[in-house]
Design a protein around this ligand. Structure first.
Ligand code: ZN
Length: 349
């Protein structure tokens, strides 16, 4: 097509989901591949399989932006006004042909206001998802050769904000629930929770033969009935069978619409870790991960986001492909609202 700026998507070998057509001074961006975006992303097509492939696909910020456009607008550009057509006004700006507002693929996403090149953000996401146990900021700083520790720390934390899908499905079936105590005396810690430690509530789906399904973790203020009932209520479907120990804080679950199966030491000769092996396994993994990958250096204010990362990894532990994790992380990154740097540092009290 004479005069057309044809955009080649390296992962499909097909001209991209946005078609750039020269029209006077302006170029139109239209949906062209709406029907070709598969539901299940394919290795080597939608996401890179190897580091070599990764390096080939994402040589420049333009490559990264094109990838993000496809993730954000799989059915073609969509403006907040509802318009479905845009002009590319500069390399990275789009102008809606309906409301004439300018936007970019990173506006309103986790990448908004990013100072580092997108290639660095992509490398960080690749590194983060390719390490089985994740990465500390120091490890990532070394791997990317970046000079500023705080920049790397912020990138990791921004990605953690994208690790939980707001629309994720609640747990169902049979679920084990228990609390775990993590951390200890850390600088700046308010020492909330038992013995100066922080309480983390854990819910994990029970699969046959002691296997775990999906897990949900959250920092909780205390082990009272209102708090524990809320924890379960926000994460499990009604009528889920909830297995707990005999703690009184779980006694409201029956009235809250769950099938509550408490087991007390009185009614069973087995210790708790035998009665609820899955939730204890998750608790042990969490503690090992916080101490190992993060060397115990997680503050209480940031713990929620580490829990999100832990759950992201845990719930995808069966995924044979690290590249798919990379894809999922970026897919969520273009769906979450931006978080300013100061809010990242502040964490959640
Ligand atoms: Zn618009």
């Amino acid at each position: 097509m004479p005069g057309a700026t044809d955009y080649e998507f390296p992962w499909t070998g097909v001209s991209g989901c946005c078609q750039f057509v020269t029209s006077g001074h302006r170029r139109s961006v239209r949906s062209a591949l709406a029907t070709t975006v598969p539901v299940v992303p394919r290795a080597g097509r939608e996401y890179p399989r190897t580091l070599d492939e990764f390096n080939n696909w994402f040589r420049s910020d333009e490559d990264c932006r094109a990838f993000l456009e496809r993730l954000r607008w799989p059915d073609g550009f969509r403006c907040s006004c509802g318009g479905g057509k845009a002009w590319r006004v500069r390399r990275n700006r789009l102008r809606c042909s309906e409301c004439e507002r300018e936007t970019s693929v990173i506006a309103g996403t986790l990448f908004e206001g990013a100072r580092l090149p997108l290639t660095s953000w992509f490398q960080a996401a690749w590194f983060m998802t390719n390490q089985k146990l994740g990465s500390s900021a120091l490890g990532l700083q070394r791997a990317l050769g970046l000079s500023r520790y705080d920049t790397v720390w912020t990138i990791l934390h921004k990605y953690r904000r994208a690790m939980v899908r707001p629309d994720r499905e609640p747990l169902a079936g049979v679920v084990e629930v228990d609390e775990s105590y993590v951390g200890g005396a850390s600088r700046g810690s308010t020492g909330r929770g038992s013995l100066g430690k922080t309480i983390v509530a854990i819910a994990v789906e029970a699969r046959p033969e002691g296997a775990c399904g999906r897990a949900r973790l959250a920092r909780i203020a205390d082990c009272s009935a209102p708090v524990l009932t809320d924890f379960v209520g926000e994460r499990c479907e009604p009528l889920t069978e909830i297995h707990t120990d005999g703690w009184a804080g779980y006694l409201w679950l029956g009235d809250a619409g769950f099938i509550h199966v408490p087991t007390t030491a009185m009614t069973s000769p087995d210790p708790a870790h035998v009665l609820m092996p899955r939730v204890h396994r998750v608790s042990a993994l969490l503690k090992r991960w916080l101490l190992g990958t993060h060397q115990g250096g997680v503050s209480e204010r940031q713990l929620d986001f580490y829990l999100d990362e832990f759950v992201f990894r845990f719930n995808r532990r069966g995924s044979g492909s690290r590249g798919l994790l990379f894809y999922r992380l970026l897919e969520q990154a273009v769906r979450v609202d931006p978080t300013p740097g100061f809010a990242i540092v502040r964490g959640r009290s």
